[in-house]
Design a protein around this ligand. Structure first.
Ligand code: ADP
Ligand code: ZN
Ligand code: ZN
Length: 695
């Protein structure tokens, strides 16, 4: 082969390929003479006796292996060539989270693309080979015709849009504003400006849970009827998902709305990343590589030299701290907007109800009952929020104190009246409710405590004439559940529901215009939780709940039942001051040496017995002695995890802490290979998590 300048380019003889197997290194393969292979292409390669899909990450003339032992690439899959920057992003994910590159990179592709073609059904051979968009996947939401509603932007919104659009290259922005302050309108404005700059630019919008944000999908489609808007999430059928992915990869889709997995979608002309509700825990992946899609989004923006906008009413303390330190640019939205003809939302009154003074009866304290009564009398709507589903968290025998426990976990099995079952919310175990106490035969079994089903029942008993609906995970999962929940949300929007009861799900994303009362039944569960991030999460949930009230400008209130009305969190909340709360938390964390002022990694292990689990972790900790100097790193004692037994497995953890991030990574780089080399030693499995969210 020769090039224009006369030099000779050698045809590569070997390709280094990453595959999704637990191997630290890329594997070398021979490039058959009749095959044109390029970096970033997907290929099929033999690994042992199996065929795997791999990604070519390097081409070379030589191999360190005996050439005779190097097997050839079996096939190159047409249609997909990942960019250098995409490879870099996955490489960064691998280095940062300490998982093998192949695990991260292949794990980031839609499942259909990472299966070798032979294993796929016959007619679905290879992905489309050309750049023409495939038939519209079901994932796409058709643009609603008609007038595009576009409010006149307030100065602070315009300033936020200008700030993002005027910066060149990578700049992270925090868009900080309460629900209803017009953040989405700002995203739309930025997208519009940036997409107009070139006729191929693409915008990636990440949201925590796509099923809860149909309004955002609709708004994007409505606002941008000329651009292809795609939604990409794990709820899609495999075929839809790979088709949607290909549309993004070919550049046919200009706006990609997706959940956390979409942070890895291949985008040839990425111009902007938006992360809405950036504080949301759903951005953290579970199972597989435990990455944070929010953090990777920022990294990706840096690699691609594009702006990234993180939006939230209650930013994560990490993000908040970076904005305070000037590393992220801060844009604040202080006012609230409203569609033409409607009043803007007013800040609701946020108050606590002291449960010591007003004991709860069937979960409801008298002041909340009165408030709901008034709300119904005025023909307005109410939300009642309780973070436990089922009828009661536990079933109890009145005679012998038997309690319904999960046989596989260190926890109680909740009593579900609907479906008459006992269910473990941790491992999924379930069983019919026994007719009598398994221990003493007594037939008087009672649910203890409150769950959504019981609250619904109580409300129906108190106000038989009221229209009451419930939404929680039990009646919103799966296709049937989704339409169920969708119908309930629609009824709520249409004003056909007076009181909506539910878990956290009902506090997210919905713009109910007639809600004037929000009741929060058990905030205390999180207030007293051992996890140091619990207050941050509680504040976010309560703030989000408060954002549901008074959206049409009517007077509204949020009433929180608690035993700790003096807690400073409530004072900041009552003043609607996330800044005040965040500053307190940041000071506390700095003083107590907690993230973001130190950095954590967590080694977790599952074993048949706790003794085995802890013994394994102790051995891991001892491996430190074999390392050269590992300064600045603390390895804590091996301890049982907060939920020590889950699904019949005993779980332990080892916390590693460093004040400086490079120290943490240097330690993990040296230590993890020794841990891997040790083998499993009888434990079922172990995993490393960088920046764990719960410890
Ligand atoms: P957020 O994303 O912060 O919750 P939205 O962008 O959804 O806020 O705005 C809330 C409501 O206010 C929406 O109905 C939106 O159309 C409206 N809105 C936003 N900005 C303005 C504005 N400048 N003037 C009038 N209404 C606005
Ligand atoms: Zn009994
Ligand atoms: Zn269980």
């Amino acid at each position: 082969m020769s090039t224009g300048d006369g030099s000779t380019v050698l045809v590569p003889r070997y390709a280094r390929v990453i595959v999704d197997v637990p191997l630290a290194q890329a594997l070398d393969y021979r490039v058959p003479q009749d095959l044109c292979v390029q970096v970033g292409q997907l290929c099929v390669v033999p690994v042992g006796r199996q065929r795997h899909v791999g990604i070519v990450v390097e081409l070379a003339q030589d191999t360190a292996l005996a050439p005779a032992r190097v097997k050839p690439i079996a096939a190159v899959l047409p249609g997909v060539q990942l960019s250098e920057r995409w490879l870099e992003l996955s490489r960064f994910g691998s280095d940062y989270y300490h998982y093998h590159w192949g695990e991260v990179a292949l794990g980031a592709l839609p499942p259909r693309l990472r299966r070798p073609p032979a294993a796929r059904p016959r007619k679905a051979a290879a992905p489309p080979a050309d750049a023409s968009p495939p038939p519209a996947p079901l994932a796409a939401i058709p643009a609603a015709p008609g007038l595009v509603e576009r409010p006149e932007l307030r100065a602070e919104q315009q300033a936020a849009i200008d700030a993002v659009c005027q910066t060149e290259g990578f700049t992270p922005h925090l868009l900080f504003g309460v629900t209803g302050s017009g953040k989405t309108e700002v995203y739309l404005g930025i997208i519009e400006r940036l997409l107009l700059r070139s006729n191929c630019a693409q915008a990636l919008v990440l949201v925590p849970e796509i099923n809860l944000t149909p309004q955002l999908q609709a708004r994007l489609c409505q606002r941008f009827p000329h651009y292809r808007v795609l939604s990409l999430h794990s709820g899609l059928a495999p075929r839809e998902r790979s088709d949607a992915w290909m549309e993004a990869h070919t550049g046919a889709a200009r706006i990609i709305l997706g959940t956390r997995t979409a942070v890895f979608v291949s985008l040839p002309a990425l111009a902007l990343i938006v992360v809405d509700e950036e504080h949301d825990a759903s951005f953290k992946a579970h199972g597989g590589v435990p990455y944070s899609a929010r953090d990777l989004a920022v990294k990706r923006a840096q690699l691609e030299s594009v702006p990234v906008v993180l939006g939230s009413a209650t930013p994560s303390l990490e993000t908040w701290q970076l904005a305070q330190a000037g590393r992220y640019r801060l844009a604040r939205l202080e006012q609230r907007g409203a569609p033409a003809g409607l009043q803007p939302a007013a800040d609701p009154l946020i108050a606590t109800i002291d449960l010591q003074q007003f004991p709860a009866d069937q979960g409801l304290a008298a002041p909340l009952r009165d408030a709901l009564e008034e709300t119904l009398a005025r023909g307005e709507q109410a939300l009642v929020f309780i973070n436990r589903r089922g009828f009661a968290p536990v079933l109890r025998c009145a005679a012998c104190e038997w309690l319904s426990r999960c046989p596989h976990c260190d926890t109680y099995a909740a009593y579900h009246k609907v479906g008459a079952s006992l269910r473990c919310h941790h491992c999924g175990w379930s069983k019919r409710v026994p007719a009598a106490c398994p221990d003493c035969g007594n037939q008087d079994l009672q649910g203890v405590g409150q769950g959504t089903q019981r609250v619904e029942e109580t409300l129906r008993r108190l106000w038989p004439q009221a229209r009451i609906a419930r939404i929680d995970r039990d009646n919103s999962q799966g296709a049937k559940g989704a339409s169920n929940a969708g119908a309930a949300f629609d009824a709520m929007h249409a004003g056909d529901v007076d009181i909506l009861v539910g878990t956290q799900m009902i506090t997210k994303g919905h713009d109910f215009r007639r809600v004037s009362t929000v009741g929060v039944l058990n905030a205390d569960a999180q207030l007293v939780a051992a996890d140091f991030r619990a207050p941050e999460r509680l504040f976010a949930v309560l703030m989000q709940g408060a954002g549901r009230a008074g959206r049409a400008g009517q007077e509204s209130r949020v009433l929180i039942q608690t035993r700790y009305p003096q807690h400073p969190l409530f004072a900041a909340l009552a003043r609607h001051s996330y800044g005040e709360f965040a500053q307190e938390q940041v000071d506390e964390r700095r003083a107590a040496r907690m993230p973001p002022f130190v950095h954590h990694a967590l080694l977790t292990v599952a074993a048949r017995s706790m003794e085995q689990a802890l013994e394994f972790l102790r051995r891991c900790a001892q491996l430190r002695a074999e390392l050269p100097a590992t300064q600045g790193v603390t390895v804590f004692d091996a301890v049982p995890m907060p939920l020590a037994r889950l699904a019949a497995e005993s779980r332990g953890q080892l916390l590693i802490e460093a004040a400086r991030r490079p120290d943490l990574h240097a330690f993990l780089n040296a230590w993890l290979p020794l841990v891997r080399a040790m083998g499993n030693r009888g434990v079922l499995r172990w995993a490393i998590e960088v920046d764990p969210q719960a410890i």
